[in-house]
Design a binder for this molecule. Structure first.
Ligand code: NCD
Length: 309
């Protein structure tokens, strides 16, 4: 049984260095097994429940694929509008009930803190698949795994993060992992969508070099990785603000040609218009490979926290 057995995955700060390296090495092993088309029975007899109260394609399907690839089974609420949440049931009561049906729960919810609240109500491990504008730790784990694969290393990189850094939960999780490897970070956001100041100051306290600007062309000239995010339309109170800011940054081939040679371009997806389709054929465009890496990372997490590996 691993050190992660029985643990919830709620935020990236909570994951120790040893746990992180165990997750990455376990994922690499599962990726090899997937490539070799091996049949795995690590999770035979185990049930994963996926509770998604917000839209998702990649996160839910890659968790479900991960569980199936490990020989386990999945139950899920097809549409939260048809679950008892629609009758006014509290989140804690719903989760407590589902914990009686499953061995592990993955939850996505519009409210920050909802995954932590679920973990308190559950006696089986809970994985945060995105809690509002809070965190998305499993995305950050697959992002780090992707950087390691694409760059061949994690130490000493310069990473530019662009887009809706205020509301984007993927970057809120990712920066804490990047910081451990001594990454220098450039935050590039439209006015009003900057990285929350408490995250910037926490990074500076850890002596991470962070610059904040609105100048993407300059940032990419010295970056090994460019991490692009979507302007999070669903988080805007006033649609006019979204309309004003929506196309602030568009990464196209003209920008890529002015960037540091060999730059890796990442995006958690879905994209709207922030990366031009013409960039997809650039060899450093890693976002679809990144999405595929969600399966081995989530296989590792499921097996480790249920004590199966
Ligand atoms: C992200 C999310 O849901 O936070 N998507 C994902 O899980 N890959 C990013 C986004 O929606 O912009």
């Amino acid at each position: 049984m691993s050190a992660l057995s029985g643990k919830d995955i709620l935020s990236t700060e909570q994951i120790s260095d040893d746990e992180l390296s165990l997750i990455l090495s376990t994922a690499a092993r599962y990726e090899k097994a997937l490539t070799a088309k091996m049949r795995l029975d690590v999770m035979t007899g185990q049930i994963l429940a996926t509770l998604f109260f917000e839209p998702s394609t990649r996160t839910r399907l890659s968790f479900e694929a991960a569980m199936e690839r490990l020989g386990g089974q999945v139950i899920s609420v097809a549409d939260p509008k048809t679950s008892s949440a629609a009758k006014g049931e509290s989140l804690a009561d719903s989760v407590r009930t589902v914990a009686g049906y499953a061995d592990v729960i993955v939850i996505r919810h519009p409210q920050q803190g909802a995954a932590a609240e679920s973990a308190r109500a559950s006696d089986v491990p809970v994985i945060n698949a995105g809690d509002g504008t809070g965190q998305h730790p499993t995305q950050a784990l697959l992002d780090i795994y992707t950087i390691q694969k694409e760059k061949g290393r994690l130490k000493g990189l310069t990473v530019s993060l662009v887009g809706d850094l205020k509301n984007g939960r993927t970057v809120h999780s990712l920066v804490h992992l990047l910081a451990r490897f001594g990454a220098r970070m450039h935050f590039v956001a439209p006015p009003g969508l900057e990285m929350p100041p408490q995250i910037v100051s926490a990074l500076r306290e850890q002596r991470v070099t962070v610059t904040e600007s609105s100048d993407l062309a300059t940032a990419v000239r010295e970056s090994d990785v460019l991490y692009v995010t979507r302007i999070q339309r669903e988080r805007f109170e006033d649609p006019a603000d979204y309309e004003r800011l929506k196309s602030s940054y568009v990464v196209d081939m003209a920008l890529v040609q002015r960037a540091k040679s060999g730059i890796t371009i990442m995006h958690p997806l879905p994209r709207v218009d922030e990366i031009a389709v013409g960039v997809d054929s650039y060899e450093g465009a890693a976002y679809f490979r990144q999405a595929a890496n969600g399966v081995p990372i989530r296989m590792a997490l499921l097996a480790l926290i249920t004590g199966r590996k």
